[in-house]
Design a protein around this ligand. Structure first.
Ligand code: MG
Length: 391
């Protein structure tokens, strides 16, 4: 009877069937530190939102900019002056009307993922240089990913040959695509673009920003660091601009058709001030750690030194070492140790998972220098049991 009481008190009987539940052994990966509010493999970390990804359709969280309808154009596109775009919807395609100006998104976007499909008109196939099916995607209206008839399988044909930093898939005037993934004129092509804008501190450039492009599924720009603004012939250095601006499709005088255009706003890594070696602000990290510690501590019964509360308070310590947490930890660990020691040897096997689990939690705290072993005699007791039982 005494054993059952002890097991109950340790929280072991009550915990049967819950061994896999998080929180029993909260400490698993390396603990939070000055630049990381979360531990490695931290169950407390917010879980990503589920996005539906039906095949052939935009993901459920995308903003659809063109779906084949005039309505989607009226809602999402305008010209450079904010007036209705003169580009036309024809047979479900959004077609550039030459010399009508850029098509601009009505909404402003900053860092984003864009999907767009386009085609070089067959009539443009034999045009030379920059004159065949020229358009372009301009993230924030500032940086061009070139659209051009660039299919060129025969290096001697030189029909559409162009300067390499101006063919399809190039970061125009800066970087040619890694490979030429173009399809011939008359075939649909796709761009999937991931754009991160330059980061400024006043007029001091912190990070150049990057552009990644998949052309027909092939990586052609691999986080290319932007060197300047969209340009021709001259180098035009980066300069600060608003953090959200319309994205644009270029009118370069060719009737390039588009379809299936959608965009997803994405967070900047630089906006992450609580978990990143690159961008974390230590005060923000500290504040979030205290917030998590307080939330976890609120679920602990300081008067009940069972396995759950012991592991939970050790987890709290990994976030914060406020005196009220360390005092509670010492009390809970002391009580837990006392109960463990009072357990008859024959019953130790039934608590093996809990002993080894708590020991692993201690190991995580010790290797991250969160606590000193001398402050927690429970640690030595757990080691002693494991050694004795050869677990
Ligand atoms: Mg262009």
């Amino acid at each position: 009877m005494k054993t059952l009481v002890n097991l109950l008190f340790l929280g072991i009987v009550a915990s049967q069937g819950m061994a896999a539940e998080r929180g029993i052994f909260g400490l698993y990966g390396d603990t939070p530190d000055a630049k990381h509010a979360w531990a490695v493999h931290d169950f407390n970390r917010p879980y990503p939102k589920q996005v539906e990804t039906p095949i052939g359709k935009p993901p459920s969280d995308a903003i659809v900019l063109f779906d084949g309808t005039q309505k989607s154009v009226d809602e999402n596109w305008c010209d450079d002056q904010g007036k209705p775009t003169k580009w036309r919807v024809k047979d479900g395609l959004f077609v550039c009307v030459p010399r009508s100006g850029m098509a601009c998104t009505k909404r402003a976007f900053g860092d984003a993922q864009l999907h767009v499909e386009w085609m070089s008109p067959v009539a443009d196939a034999q045009k030379h240089g920059q004159l065949g099916g020229n358009s372009g995607v301009f993230p924030m209206g500032m940086y061009e990913i070139q659209i051009l008839n660039s299919y060129d399988p025969d290096p001697n044909a030189d029909v559409t040959r162009n300067y390499p930093d101006g063919i399809a898939g190039s970061a125009y005037a800066e970087n040619p695509p890694l490979v030429n993934a173009s399809r011939p004129a008359g075939e649909w092509q796709s761009y999937d673009i991931v754009f991160h804008q330059p980061i400024w501190d006043g007029t001091n450039l912190i990070h150049a920003g990057t552009i990644t492009v998949f052309h027909n599924g092939v990586l052609v720009q691999d986080a290319w660091e932007l060197e300047g603004m969209s340009t021709h012939r001259v180098r035009r250095p980066l300069a600060p601009h608003p953090t959200k601006l319309p994205w644009k499709l270029q009118d370069h005088g060719d009737p390039v058709p588009f379809r299936n255009i959608w965009i997803r706003e994405i967070p900047s890594r630089w906006a992450n001030t609580t978990h990143s070696v690159m961008s974390a602000k230590e005060a923000d990290v500290r504040a979030l750690r205290e917030q998590i510690a307080a939330k976890l501590f609120a679920q602990i019964d300081p008067a009940k030194p069972d396995v759950r509360n012991v592991n939970a308070i050790l987890e709290v310590l990994s976030y914060s070492k406020l005196p009220k947490y360390t005092d509670t930890a010492k009390t809970l660990c002391g009580g837990y140790e006392k109960m463990l020691r009072s357990l008859p040897e024959k019953d130790l096997d039934s608590v093996r998972t809990y002993v080894t689990g708590t020991l692993k939690g201690f190991d995580v705290l010790l290797r991250n220098q969160v606590i000193a072993p001398a402050d927690y005699p429970l640690y030595a007791t757990l080691q002693e049991i494991v050694r004795k039982k050869k677990w």
